[in-house]
Ligand binder design. Structure first.
Ligand SMILES: Nc1ncnc2c1ncn2[C@@H]1O[C@H](COP(=O)(O)OP(=O)(O)OP(=O)(O)O)[C@@H](O)[C@H]1O
Ligand SMILES: CC(C)(CO)[C@@H](O)C(=O)[O-]
Ligand code: BAL
Length: 296
């Protein structure tokens, strides 16, 4: 790697090597490959928390070398969304990754990833990409899949890790890998929660104390859904929606129960495993969560 392509820091044994160019990370990965080492990629947008670190820890179990990418991808943000205010905490992120023994960090600029500005060629997420998160954030999943596919081409990992918290993203990434024959194994890591149930999320930083309490409606709605599973879909939806009735200051965006295999909504009378997806706005902050339920 060239000096320009890297930003080290700390001791050589514990601090990750940080590449901000595609050539730099490719060169660093190539060196590990030549030494016969396997590689796992953890794609993130930074502002790291214990959810991200759970992905990193699992990645360390799966491969010899862990690459964490930190990139707030403009392509997956719509007009009026929080691209500009999204938390950027690179120094703290690097310190956390050093403690986790991460070898390599890829932290490119937008100009490095998209040198001509808008990209003309994109991966399309298809019909499921237009539902739920995709309905509220048009183009979001095309942006996610495009950058994830670029990251796969740049890092060429054996394994890539994603959090179950973003369930629709997981489904679409897995399908992209299958549809496009990308030679990477996708590992899904369970959602890490606060002791009171709130799913960890970088966007939780936007919440004040009162909003933080109100945001518990998401995990409470999922707990209500799980408890009502035996009574079937209509009860699950009614019980889960009830958790939002108890709170002012939160606006339900969607609450839906989907078939885990197709990610399409299930109909009343369906039995077996299904996934409840929920999204809500607390003030100006959008939060998502999901859980498995057994229907019938
Ligand atoms: N609580 C969590 N548990 C497990 N994985 C998580 C959790 N939160 C995020 N992840 C995963 O970490 C990866 C990077 O996510 P990202 O950087 O967008 O963080 P985030 O907390 O989801 O941020 P945001 O608030 O923007 O949704 C994704 O695969 C995501 O699913
Ligand atoms: C996968 C990802 C890093 C792509 O930008 C992002 O969508 C995220 O952090 O979940
Ligand atoms: N964690 C999902 C990425 C996003 O909200 O843009």
């Amino acid at each position: 790697m060239t000096g320009e392509a890297t930003r080290g820091g700390g001791t050589a044994t514990s601090a990750p090597l940080v590449a901000d160019t595609i050539a730099g990370i490719r060169g660093a990965v190539r060196e590990h490959r030549m030494a016969g080492r396997t590689v796992a990629l953890v794609p993130t947008m930074g502002a790291l928390h214990d959810g991200h670190l759970a992905l990193v820890r699992r990645a360390r179990e799966l491969a010899d070398v862990v690459v964490v990418s930190i990139f707030v991808n403009p392509l997956q943000f719509g007009t009026g969304e929080d691209l500009d205010r999204y938390p950027r905490t690179l120094e703290a992120d690097l310190a956390a990754l050093a403690r986790e023994g991460v070898a390599l960090v890829f932290a490119p600029t937008a100009a490095e990833m998209y040198p001509v500005g808008e990209v003309e060629t994109r991966v399309t997420a298809g019909h499921v990409g237009t539902l739920y998160e995709g309905a509220s954030r048009p183009g979001h999943f095309d942006g996610v899949l495009t950058v994830v596919s670029k990251l796969f081409h740049i890092v060429t990992p054996d394994h890539a890790l994603f959090g179950q918290k973003d369930a629709q993203q997981v489904f679409l990434v897995q399908r992209m890998v299958r549809d496009l024959d990308i030679p990477v194994r996708i590992e899904v890591v369970p959602t890490v929660r606060e002791p009171d149930g709130l799913a960890l999320s970088s966007r939780n930083r936007y919440l004040d104390a009162a909003q933080r309490r109100i945001a518990l409606a998401l995990s409470e709605s999922l707990a209500a859904a799980e408890a009502a599973g035996a009574d079937g879909l209509d009860e699950v939806l009614a019980e889960a929606a009830g958790a939002f009735g108890d709170h002012d200051g939160i606006e339900l965006d969607y609450l839906v129960v989907v078939d885990p295999d197709t990610f399409l909504p299930v109909v009343e009378g369906t039995t077996g495993l299904a996934r409840v997806l929920v999204a809500a706005r607390v003030g100006t902050t959008r939060l998502v969560d999901n859980a498995l339920v057994t229907l019938g």
